[in-house]
Design a protein around this ligand. Structure first.
Ligand code: NAP
Length: 318
């Protein structure tokens, strides 16, 4: 185990395996990880672990990696296939929570909550003024969702409650109720809020760059709840500095963690939170439970409930 997992959730594994939990505090240092994995058959990993050919070479007995996240961009899935290692992950159980986070970020950014709160804390709250601290409205704004998967669709369902027209991009044709599929070049200039919800891979890295930001409205907000490198950070800083977009709200950044002197933090209209998309107790417990269930299933010779078909074939099932 790369990190702490609550004992009640871990318990089923104790019946089918000798379990070792990292107790060194924080993340496992790479050297310790390689040493431990040399004798492991299964591993419960975190998105902060870099899983590459070097690590897999150092773990000749490893048959299964069960990661406690839905995104697997830290894993070289092709290398896992080469090494015959099956990869599990935790989709679905964090979808609604992450969509809540996207909506929270959108509302906070559009209604300028961080700026308003900073003003109160600075003792600058003056008499009520009908023209003070105005913003756009969240309700009725057009939302453009880039990556209409589980989380994108959960965001779209919430948008309907706010009377927000929904546009989306996807590589595959899909019918989403009350949402219109368009090309990204059409989505960007038509959206008041652009939400990035696609996985990070070679195709999507930097997909929101200078030219995409240049297509956005001057009043529009960019919200990223997927992975930082989907957005070109330097281009975003430029757009914020030039005022060519209205602002941004980022749960994820590139780099991560964002250093305190990073230029993104110079903009009052750029809200940054520390990758808390799925960080509720119920969601994290459900993710831990699914990660353990995946491991338990594999080690018991049963089909894993959530595994990446691209990683390897399971012992049982397809
Ligand atoms: P998902 O169901 O697999 O949805 C991702 C969607 O993105 C897919 O349906 C796919 O639709 C679309 N997509 C893939 N490549 C694309 C491309 N090149 N251009 C446009 N769209 C593309 O995954 P999910 O559960 O919604 O999660 C999405 C991502 O969110 C995860 O991979 C993870 O990195 C991130 N995430 C972040 C947090 C957080 O804490 N901030 C929490 C959970 C998840 P098409 O095949 O139709 O294109």
């Amino acid at each position: 185990m790369s990190d702490f997992i609550p004992g009640d959730i871990l318990e089923p594994l104790l019946d089918v395996a000798d379990v070792e939990v990292w107790d060194g505090g924080g993340h496992v240092p790479r050297a310790s990880l390689l040493e431990k994995l040399a004798t492991c058959g299964g591993w419960l990993s975190m998105l902060s672990d870099t899983i590459d050919a070097e690590l897999l070479d150092a773990a000749p007995g490893l048959e299964v990696i069960s990661q406690m996240s839905v995104g697997v961009d830290n894993i070289d899935v092709a290398a896992c296939l080469d090494h015959g290692v099956v990869v599990g992950h935790t989709p679905d159980v964090l979808t609604e929570t992450t969509a809540d986070t996207a909506f929270t970020l959108m509302a906070a950014a559009v209604r300028r909550l961080p700026e308003a709160e900073a003003l109160v804390r600075a003792g600058a709250w003056g008499p009520w003024d009908p023209w003070h601290f105005l913003s756009g409205d969240l309700h009725g704004s057009t939302i453009g969702i880039v990556g209409m998967g589980r989380i994108g669709q959960a965001i779209a369902r919430r948008a309907q409650g706010f009377d927000m027209p929904v546009l989306f991009t996807s590589r595959t044709r899909k019918e989403i109720p009350d949402a219109v599929r368009v090309d990204i070049d059409e989505l960007l200039p038509r959206s008041d809020i652009v939400v990035v919800a696609a996985p990070l891979n070679d195709e999507t890295r930097g997909m929101i760059g200078r030219s995409e930001l240049g297509l956005m409205r001057e009043t529009a907000y960019l919200v990223n709840i997927a992975r930082g490198p989907l957005v070109d950070t330097a281009a975003l800083v430029e757009a914020l500095a030039a005022g060519t977009i209205g602002g941004a709200a980022l749960d994820v950044t590139d780099p991560e963690p964002l250093p305190p002197d990073h230029p993104l933090l110079d903009f009052p209209n750029c809200l940054v939170v520390p990758h808390i998309g799925s960080a509720t107790l119920p969601a994290r417990r459900a993710m831990a439970r699914l990660a353990v269930t995946n491991l338990f299933a594999f080690l018991s010779g049963e089909p894993m409930p959530a595994w990446l078909p691209g990683s390897a074939r399971q012992r049982l099932g397809d």
